[in-house]
Design a protein around this ligand. Sequence first.
Ligand code: PEP
Ligand code: MG
Length: 883
Amino acid sequence: TKWVYTFGDGTAEGTADMRDLLGGKGANLAEMCNLGLPVPPGLTITTEACNWYLGNARAYPDELAEQVNTALAHIGKVAGRDFADAKRPLLLSVRSGARASMPGMMDTVLNLGLNDESVLALAEGVGDERFAYDSYRRFIQMYSDVVMGLDHEVFEEILEDEKARFGHELDTELTADEWKQVIARYKSVIEEELGQAFPQDPQQQLWGAIGAVFSSWTNARAVTYRQLHDIPSGWGTAVNVQAMVFGNLGDGSATGVAFTRNPSTGENTLYGEFLVNAQGEDVVAGIRTPQNITEAARIEAGSDKPSLEKLMPDAFSEFLGICNRLENHYKDMQDLEFTIENGKLWMLQTRAGKRTARAGLRIAVDLAEAGMITKQEAIGRIDPASLDQLLHPTIDPSVSRDVIGSGLPASPGAATGEIVFTPDEAVEKSEAGKKVILVRVETSPEDIHGMHAAQGIVTSRGGMTSHAAVVARGMGKPCVSGAGNIRVDIRRKLLLTESGPLKEGEIITVDGSSGQVLRGSVPMLHPELSGDFGRLMEWADGSRRMKVRTNAETPADANVARKFGAEGIGLCRTEHMFFEDDRIVAMREMILAGDEEGRRTALAQLLPMQRADFVELFEIMKGLPVTIRLLDPPLHEFLPKTDEEIAEVAEAMKVEEELLRQRLEALHEFNPMLGHRGCRLAVSYPEIAEMQARAIFEAAVEAGAKTGEHVVPEIMIPLVGMMTELEYVKKHIEKVANDIMEEAGQKIDYLIGTMIELPRAAIRADVIAEAAEFFSFGTNDLTQTTFGISRDDASSFLSTYQKKGIIERDPFISLDIAGVGQLIRMAAEKGRAGRPDIKLGICGEHGGDPTSIHFCEELALDYVSCSPFRVPIARLAAAQAAL
Ligand code: PEP
Ligand code: MG
């Protein structure tokens, strides 16, 4: 088996297509070499080797050592050095690299190959003893931490101690001799703590690092990350071993990261940061504040530190050329890492850059309009769920701001919440239903769970490419990074600002678009839906087959949904129209009435309200289909509870409170969700369905006259399990329709259909279809009744199920295709068998979930219906499903 692939000197054994085998980093390093770009020579050990290692008690395959040594010899030849030769040492970087970027894994070991002997040669080679010993101690520190598992704080303590002893403030002030003393102490603490010496043999160092990369695939952080991002554990990671280049050889050297377009806005300008005389991860670590790469960015940022463009014009222009080349080659925005060693540019990494939803849209639209990709490709590139970021509020610009801190606008959008200082608190409080803002000095992969739980993130340290910034953008959460004028006192749980301290639990607002942190909560504005968003949505609409409707019952929701592009209402939950103050009393009267006459009196009060509501909805929807569902109240949600409420209803009904209490008692149900709701109510009290039908038909006539549109109401009967239930209710509705047509002297077109939300309905769908002109899958109840899991009580234990791997995803959020989905498939088939032209839709929560929408397309449903804010997500997901 070939376990090792080499690259360098303008050729490579791998290509970009081999990401499964070489990992993203390795495949792209190979590709850059093939393109003739300056890449330090190296080798990639395959993900298959990792799987072999993990599957064979952490042993290596037989041929691996030989293949690595052959490749090392090749690297040595290209680099003009030799790994085994302490006089001309080949120093290496070792990095992990999975198929998908995975911040949870071991990242990097630099300067591998240094030991007591080769450090002398390095000093002589570069003519800088101080540099050599600084490199050596960095290597010992990094290696001991990530390979040998010794906490880096041990070394930081020693370093602080020694600096104090020598009277230095900064690391850069230590002399070569002083570094030697630090190194001696490092070595002895390793022996003390680990009972073994720091390895001097480069081969031993290398294999230690390779094993550590492989093993890091199974560390707790990586496992959590994989769970959060649905990454299969069978992928494994590759290892990239590469000749070192030094960005810290003095003022002619530098290291940096860049995006070929702005990752926050998508603007087509090179965007990046670098540090002079720095090594590897110094830029992303956020310890020194980095400089801008381009002069334009420097001017815009108002920085007085020179740009790379000014400082190293030759390296800059070469870099600029490479950026364009890579973007054209990959046809996407790239995220690059580079090092300049004594004026010579080296490329260390390229990959598709992480970006905000806004930037993602702009880049996809720009690339499609420039003809670099097709419109279909542009549609396919946007994660529908990411649109959520664009639909979320921003701070109303007209209100005054109480700014308590400011930093970099690291991830756009705004959010308000209570201050928390640790990721665990963030999780705890958010599970308790609170909204929180995570405030940290800086973040690391250990904080991911807290970042997920938080509404927004603030750090007092770090740049635009710091961990907090990159991760927040990926998650679509507002983030302000590097807010230098605040201090985070973790121990006392205080956020120290220039205008005084804030305690844990106090409310702040993060504005990730401006980089400000505000005291308190602030009014927010809804987003603009034109521009790139509008363009992409237009393309998506041209590519999809399914219609997208909305679940709405208020004019406000219906209007929002129309703005978001809803093509009708798929579910109007009429019971929700009675929650308001003046109506709930009449509603309660109706429910609590002792006889039909009492019910009819209450219904007579409700009729004009219902009619007016429907007229408004029909007007807003301008002839688009509107599905109105007959009353489906889980009764307990409507019954009066407090003494005050009971007194109020008793008075309205003109009955004794005592009598009312008896009635309440009689209506009590043990399982209201499985109780007297849905069509069961209409079967018991057909006058309710009649009143609603009357309101609908009268409204259709009225709205039709007002708007000139042909209004065709779709009346939907809920919670049907038997065809006979449906037929019974239908008969009453048809009678009302005929009455009104006579009264109005005009014909009214309408449809009568049912929800399929009980397993029995799915099983008997062919028979039910004979009486139903449409089906709408009520996947909330269908999930509840198929699993036998109460939808209102599920959250308390389903998260445990997820943690324990019993279920992958919450079936109330993403459709359980294997189970509930099969019932839907069967019902769709049977429904079509019973009535070939039956209209099929979905109106449970799943109607707005991209994965579930793909399944709906597979079943060729006619439409999905979801809450207004998810309409754009559904439009895009439906388009992707149809591609
Ligand atoms: C459903 O059950 O999926 C549904 C849409 O109805 P409701 O959520 O109102 O029960
Ligand atoms: Mg339901």
